[in-house]
Write a protein that binds this ligand. Structure first.
Ligand SMILES: *[C@@H]1O[C@H](CO)[C@@H](O)[C@H](O)[C@H]1NC(C)=O
Ligand SMILES: *[C@@H]1O[C@H](CO)[C@@H](O)[C@H](O)[C@H]1NC(C)=O
Ligand SMILES: *[C@@H]1O[C@H](CO)[C@@H](O)[C@H](O)[C@H]1NC(C)=O
Length: 546
């Protein structure tokens, strides 16, 4: 709802109470953070230093940000004489709202990533001579202009080319890299032995054949039994990656339409709070949308359906729901309050260059615990289209940052339908609205960076704005930051922790006990954001290291 414009209100004070008050959960607010970060943020990962590593591609010419100290690099795919003196990766510092250029020379285009238990970002694959590469980024908090805090690239670290593959961090601390264009297999990083190769996964071939390639960037989730739920095209399996064995095959998603690239929908593992583990898949583009858009310039309306499935049920079935807005290339993000934000994308066409139409400017919230029929809520729109090659992630303070959008082969700022976008915006869900400040918790202890063990009980101290806590409406959540690209947030995972014993321990001070997850099957080792949520309003997160 939009309040009437102030000039209509001659007596401001009298008018104020008549202005509609946004309902709890409605609204949300957009802000432009930076008008030019120098690249179009195709991939993003938040690190435990509250810095976000972003990158684009290396093979289209110059970006809009120079490398430091007049440095130039040679992309092995370019002619020997061509040097590139611009950066294709940047690090965004949330606190100072600024970026610094990072150096990459092999093409990271349409790659994947995951953060290792020690906080190192491992970025895998890409295109051209970067398609077998692994690149490591070790977070650092020192001086922003420390150029040695940068990417380290190894070009032949993977056994297969991984372009449009998906990475998932595993309970043993390794990551699995699943699929990629023309790759019906998976592999691990780091390797167990120097010669460890890849393992075949016929499911990827089956979903490729039946769908003419609508199986790229498969949706991969770690189940709490240690197996992987893998969704490609319109089908899903539960897969034992240790023994290379399909454990169960789920029913086909009703309607039969594909949900993976280029019919790009999105998916999340809904918040984990008991043994019920549910996956939600939303949006995408109907069968043949890509062909019709590519060959006939016929842009088909996107899908407006979601399928939800309890993956450990004895007889798992998809339950279909209808979104208020059809959407292809939407991102799905888990928010600290346990709800899901569906953001970015288009209402017609598909993913890939020049094939999307009618940007969807309004995000939609999904409330997983509401009754069917009242789970979706449309939020306030942005004015910036976020089409192909856009991305979004959650920050520690509860905001969502949104960047990228470049549906062209090059950077084109004029004379195109959707110009290359170099801006960075934030979407603040309505839980950040100042009117809820009196409910908002603030975590007093432990301090960020706190090390916890599996199954450990931790005491958390906090206060809230008004000093008054409704004890029965406290929840503690823990989120692992995701690697976001192409509408899928790899590794994204939210746990609702068992918490009890909320009590007042001083003037306006409260404490509670919370139990950490029992094993790496629930929460693979690494850095997580922990939030105290009071009456649906989350605190800022603190970093914990499990
Ligand atoms: C990016 O750089 C190009 C080439 O230097 C320039 O024409 C363009 O205005 C820049 N765009 C933005 C958004 O800064
Ligand atoms: C620069 O970063 C590197 C790598 O993170 C680190 O080892 C080094 O200590 C840093 N130097 C300074 C001056 O902060
Ligand atoms: C986009 O940019 C490229 C490289 O600068 C140029 O060759 C191409 O003509 C541009 N496309 C349009 C539609 O302007």
């Amino acid at each position: 709802m939009t309040p009437p414009s102030p000039p209509l209100c001659l007596f401001l004070l009298l008018c104020l109470p008549l202005w509609p008050v946004p309902a709890a959960g409605g609204g949300g607010k957009w802000d432009l953070l930076l008008s030019n970060i120098g690249i179009s943020a195709m991939h993003m990962q938040l690190l435990h230093t509250d810095r976000v590593v972003m990158f684009d591609r290396t093979n289209f010419g110059s970006s809009n940000i120079s490398l430091p100290k007049a440095e130039c690099v040679h992309d092995p795919d370019d002619p020997p004489s061509r040097l590139d003196c611009t950066a294709h990766s940047v690090e965004y510092d949330v606190a100072s709202n600024s970026v610094r250029p990072l150096t990459l020379s092999t093409n990271i285009w349409c790659s994947s990533g995951a953060v290792l238990p020690d906080g190192t970002l491992v970025q895998t694959g890409g295109n051209g001579r970067g398609d077998h590469a692994v690149r490591l980024y070790k977070p650092c908090t020192n001086n922003n202009n420390n150029y040695s805090c940068n990417w380290q690239e190894t070009t032949k670290a993977l056994s297969q080319r991984r372009w449009y593959a998906t990475s998932q961090i595993l309970p043993d601390g390794r990551q699995i890299i699943v699929g990629g264009r023309g790759e019906f297999n998976y592999e691990f990083y780091p390797k167990k032995t120097a010669g460890e190769g890849s393992y075949s996964l016929p499911f990827l071939y089956q979903t490729f054949q039946s769908g003419k390639e609508n199986n790229l960037y498969p949706f991969v989730f770690l189940n709490i039994d240690g197996n992987l739920f893998i969704f490609a095209n319109n089908r899903a399996i539960l897969f034992d990656h240790m023994n290379s064995k399909v454990i169960r095959t789920y029913p086909t998603l009703p309607g039969g339409d594909p949900r993976n690239y280029p019919s790009t929908g999105s998916a999340v593992l809904l918040p984990l709070k008991s043994s019920t583990v549910e996956v939600l898949v939303c949006g995408g583009a109907p069968t043949d949308s890509y062909k019709r858009a590519y060959y006939n310039r016929d842009f088909v309306e996107a899908l407006n359906t979601c399928g939800r499935i309890a993956i450990n049920d004895p007889d798992p079935q998809w339950v279909m729901e209808t979104m208020p807005l059809a959407r292809v290339m939407g991102d799905m993000l888990l928010l600290p309050d346990g709800n899901v934000l569906i953001i970015n994308g288009a209402a017609f066409g598909t993913a890939a260059w020049e094939l999307g139409r009618s940007p969807v400017l309004s995000p939609v919230l999904y409330y997983p615990d509401n009754q069917p029929g009242s789970r979706f809520e449309v939020q306030n729109p942005t004015s910036t289209p976020r089409m192909y090659h856009s991305s979004s992630i959650l920050l520690r303070d509860g905001r969502v940052i949104v960047g990228g959008s470049n549906p062209h082969q090059f950077y084109n700022f004029t004379d195109v339908l959707f110009p290359t976008d170099l801006t960075l915006e934030s979407f603040s869900p309505s839980y950040l609205d100042p009117q809820f400040g009196y409910l908002r918790p603030q975590i007093l202890s432990p301090v960020s960076g706190f090390y916890v063990g599996y199954g450990q009980d931790v005491m958390i101290r906090f206060n809230v704005g008004s000093g008054r806590v409704v004890k029965s409406e406290i929840m503690v959540t823990m989120i692992v930051p995701a690697f976001a690209t192409h509408s899928f947030s790899m590794n994204q995972r939210l746990l609702i922790l068992d918490s009890w014993d909320v009590k007042e321990v001083g003037r306006y001070k409260y404490q509670l006990r919370v139990r950490m997850p029992g094993s790496g099957n629930f929460a693979p080792g690494g850095y997580y954001l922990l939030f105290v949520v009071h009456r649906d309003i989350p605190s800022e997160g603190i970093w914990i290291h499990i």
